[in-house]
Design a protein around this ligand. Structure first.
Ligand code: SAM
Length: 238
C-alpha cells in the first residue's frame, strides 16, 4: 500500500484547509478524495496524520488525527554555508543539502562571488528546500538565509562546535572530518573561490581549513561532497 501523500502546511491545526495551489495539485493530479489519509508536516520535525474531510471546487480540507515526531531528522545540527552560485546551481545545492539532512543553509556573497541574490531568488530557494524535504520524507525543512558578506555568514556559524572551511588552495586539512560533534558548520566558496584574506578571517573566527583533495571541485560538487562526508562521519548515512 502506497504511503500517504505528504503536504507542507505553514500552520498546523485540528482542521487544515490546503492553499488553492496545493488543493488543485491534490485534487487534479493526486486525485485525493474524502476519506483518504494524508501526512502533513510544518517543518518543525513533527508530522501529522490527517483524513480528507472535503475535496471539492472549494478546495481540500483535512482533519488531523495523530501527531508524531519524525525519525528522519538528523541528530547532528549541520549548517551549510555556500557562496551564491550562478544559474540554478544554488538551488541544486539547497536541494541536495536538504536531502542529506542539513538543518540550516546559508548563502553568502564574498569577494570573488559573481552571482547576486534577491528576495525572489531567496523565496525560490526556500520553496526548493520545502519540496526536497517533502520528497525525501523529512518532517524538518532547513532554514534558508542570505548573508551579504562572508564575515556575517561566518559569524552565524560561530556557536557551532565544529567549524569547517573548505579551501581549494590548502595542501592538507587542518583537522579530520572524522571526529565531528553535535553541531557542525561547513563553509564552501562560490565559483570564484576564496582569497587568502578570507581564509585568514575564517581561521581567526575559529574555522578549520579543510582540503577536499588535489582536484579543484565545482562549488556544487564540493558542497555535496563535504556534506556527505560529514553526514557519514556522524552516522547519518547508514
Ligand atoms: N576559483 C577557484 C580556483 O579556480 O582555484 C575554485 C573555487 S571552487 C570552484 C569553489 C569552492 O569549492 C572553493 O572555494 C572551496 O570551498 C571548494 N573546493 C573546491 N575544490 C576544493 C578542494 N580540492 N579542497 C577544498 N575545497 C575545495
Amino acid at each position: 500500500m502506497a504511503a500517504p501523500k505528504r503536504f507542507f502546511v505553514e500552520e498546523i491545526a485540528d482542521e487544515v484547509v490546503f492553499s488553492p495551489e496545493e488543493s488543485r495539485h491534490a485534487r487534479n493530479i493526486l486525485r485525493l478524495s474524502e476519506g483518504d489519509e494524508v501526512t502533513l508536516f510544518d517543518g518543525s520535525g513533527k508530522e501529522y496524520s490527517a483524513v480528507v474531510t472535503r475535496a471539492d471546487r472549494q478546495g481540500i480540507a483535512v482533519h488531523v488525527v495523530r501527531e508524531s515526531v519524525s525519525d528522519r531528522e538528523p541528530k547532528t545540527d549541520v549548517f551549510l554555508l555556500v557562496g551564491a552560485l550562478k544559474g540554478d546551481k544554488t538551488e541544486l545545492v539547497v536541494q541536495k543539502a536538504t536531502e542529506l539532512g542539513a538543518s540550516r543553509i546559508g548563502v553568502f556573497s564574498s569577494r570573488f562571488c559573481a552571482a547576486y541574490m534577491n528576495e525572489n531568488k531567496l523565496e525560490r530557494l526556500r520553496r526548493v528546500a520545502r519540496e526536497a524535504a517533502k520528497q525525501c520524507l523529512r518532517a524538518g525543512v532547513p532554514q534558508v538565509d542570505y548573508f551579504p558578506a562572508l564575515e556575517e555568514a561566518l559569524a552565524a556559524g560561530a556557536a557551532y562546535r565544529d567549524k569547517l572551511f573548505a579551501c581549494e588552495f590548502l595542501e592538507r586539512s587542518e583537522r579530520s572530518v572524522a571526529d565531528m560533534g553535535a553541531s557542525v558548520c561547513a563553509v564552501v566558496g562560490s565559483e570564484g573561490g576564496f582569497s587568502a584574506e578570507e581564509y585568514a578571517l575564517a581561521q581567526s573566527m575559529g574555522y578549520a581549513g579543510i582540503s577536499l583533495g588535489k582536484r579543484i571541485l565545482r562549488a556544487e560538487t564540493a558542497a555535496v561532497a563535504l556534506l556527505a562526508v560529514i553526514m557519514h562521519a556522524v552516522g547519518e548515512l547508514g
